[in-house]
Design a protein around this ligand. Structure first.
Ligand code: UDX
Length: 455
């Protein structure tokens, strides 16, 4: 903690510039700031966070060298590779400058915490002799699935046909080939290269922080720890651990939906969101729209302005559609999701199963309808439906009658009732993990110690 009003050293945090990565990193910053550290967020112009929401942090911009074409390509693997090449010298220059004159000062850098996808940081830190800690923002099961997929690719045992195969993957129960985290660009070559770079078990970092918990992923975490020389510390769900973190949304949150939720009865609303990247084509958008309308349940639906072009959006969500659903449907560009899921009116979440969304739902005891789109979302969906059994998966093409049926099962059927009960039990287990003396809290104390220079 602070000594004589002075903070106990500065942590430099380097998030990967995507919403699902910025959120947990800034949540971690809030937790560690409350433990007495000063926090600097080093970020890129691409998907730059909003500093005014975080007056306790210092924000520093480094160039990312991404062109408008790179960003428009939507090729996530290539964007990550480019960030790792382009940002390296800028980070080194920035850190070198601020280290001069601050050595020994209470405001000196004591550690760099970087997103696993910003792996270039390790070389920079080694050069400057600064310790690092890695933040992994996915589930532990995802690491195992990604490394297996990378290995199967190297051995020539997987191809894009396996994208739909129902066969079980050896040693990855209950994942089927179709649940493997295939990348959005379908390029397994570059994917396996990146996986190699990210998941080096021989790391020069002092520790690996996970936004997950023992009570969810004990065996996967134990398996990973066996192969890794440094402590793997699960401190999730980070949004529940420290003080409430200010919003780190890149899009403006429409808070009017909270008033709409206030008018709905307990557990009656199905909340629908596919996160910050996944998108729907016009047909899928129409099927979702009419599936929700036909379910006769109140729904709160996030349709990002970019999730299909605005023309398609306006066509599907026409005046006729809006009049048909009337007050029963609330459609927003972006919602304050954590508050939405914590609202007593919400009874189910139709989600793409990004890891943050999955954790946020589980923490509130909300059962899910899973519609994974790519990458780790497929792994998370399988765990939700077949390991924790707190949801069901929409497996096939998105069609309105299947959506309607899934909503009825989740919100008004015995099967859904059982899922809700299990979700409630899981929520209680998580609450124990994050209490004083619980496993997440103990791991957080280790993070504090290691970040401050202990070993
Ligand atoms: C991406 C990948 O899609 C995901 O699979 C991976 O696990 C992380 O990176 P994203 O699509 O952004 O994530 O999904 P998710 O991980 O669920 O993160 C989305 C975040 O945005 C959540 O914290 C959620 O609370 C927030 N959100 C989403 C809002 O605040 N408002 C919204 O309307 C929608």
């Amino acid at each position: 903690m602070e000594k004589n009003g002075q903070r106990c050293g500065r942590l430099v945090l380097l998030p990967c510039p995507f919403q699902g990565h910025i959120n947990p990193m800034l949540q971690l910053g809030t937790i560690l700031h409350s433990k007495g550290f000063s926090i600097t967020i080093v970020h890129t112009p691409f998907n730059s966070p909003h500093p005014s929401n975080h007056p306790n942090f210092k924000f520093s911009l480094i160039p990312d060298g991404l062109s408008a074409e790179d960003i428009a390509s939507g090729d996530l693997v290539s964007l990550i590779q480019k960030l790792n090449v382009n940002c390296k010298s800028h980070l080194q220059e920035y850190l070198s400058q601020i280290m001069i004159g601050r050595q020994g000062s209470h405001d000196g850098i004591v550690c760099i915490i970087h997103d696993e996808l910003m792996y270039f940081t390790e070389a920079v830190a080694n050069f400057l002799k600064l310790p690092t800690i890695i933040l992994r923002t996915t589930s532990a099961a995802t690491l195992l699935a990604r490394t297996t997929l990378g290995q199967l690719k190297v051995e020539g045992l997987v191809s894009f046909q396996d994208f739909v195969s129902q066969d079980l993957v050896p040693n990855l129960h209950p994942l089927r080939f179709k649940d493997l985290p295939f990348p959005l660009n379908r390029n397994l070559e570059s994917f396996s290269q990146v996986v190699n770079d990210i998941y080096k078990m021989r790391t020069s970092s002092s520790a690996v922080i996970w936004n997950t918990m023992d009570c969810l992923e004990r065996s996967s975490l134990a398996f990973i720890q066996q192969q890794c020389q440094v402590p793997n510390l699960p401190i999730g769900p980070m949004h529940k651990l420290g003080p409430v973190s200010p919003s780190s949304s890149l899009l403006e949150e429409d808070t009017n939906c909270m008033a709409w939720l206030g008018k709905q009865t307990k557990n009656s609303v199905i909340y629908v969101s596919l996160g910050s990247i996944a998108s729907m084509n016009e047909k899928e958008l129409a099927e979702m729209a009419w599936g929700l309308a036909n379910s006769q349940k109140p729904f709160l639906w996030v349709v990002r302005p970019d999730s299909s072009t605005n023309g398609k959006r306006n066509k599907v969500l026409s005046q006729f559609y809006r009049e048909t659903v009337g007050e029963r449907g609330c459609i927003v560009n972006w919602a304050p999701q954590k508050e939405v899921l914590a609202h007593s009116a919400v009874g189910g979440f139709l989600s793409h199963c990004g890891w943050n969304s999955t954790l946020e739902s589980i923490c509130e005891g909300i059962p899910m309808i899973c519609k994974p789109c790519f990458g780790d979302q497929r792994v998370n969906a399988r765990y939700v439906s077949h390991v924790w059994k707190v949801g069901l998966e929409l497996e096939n093409e998105l069609v309105r009658c299947e959506i309607e049926k899934a909503i009825t099962i989740l919100m008004a059927d015995k099967e859904g009732e059982a899922m809700r009960e299990r979700a409630k039990n899981l929520k209680e287990k998580i609450e124990l993990c994050i209490k004083e003396g619980g496993s997440c809290n103990n791991s957080l104390n280790r993070v504090h110690y290691l970040a401050a220079g202990g070993n």
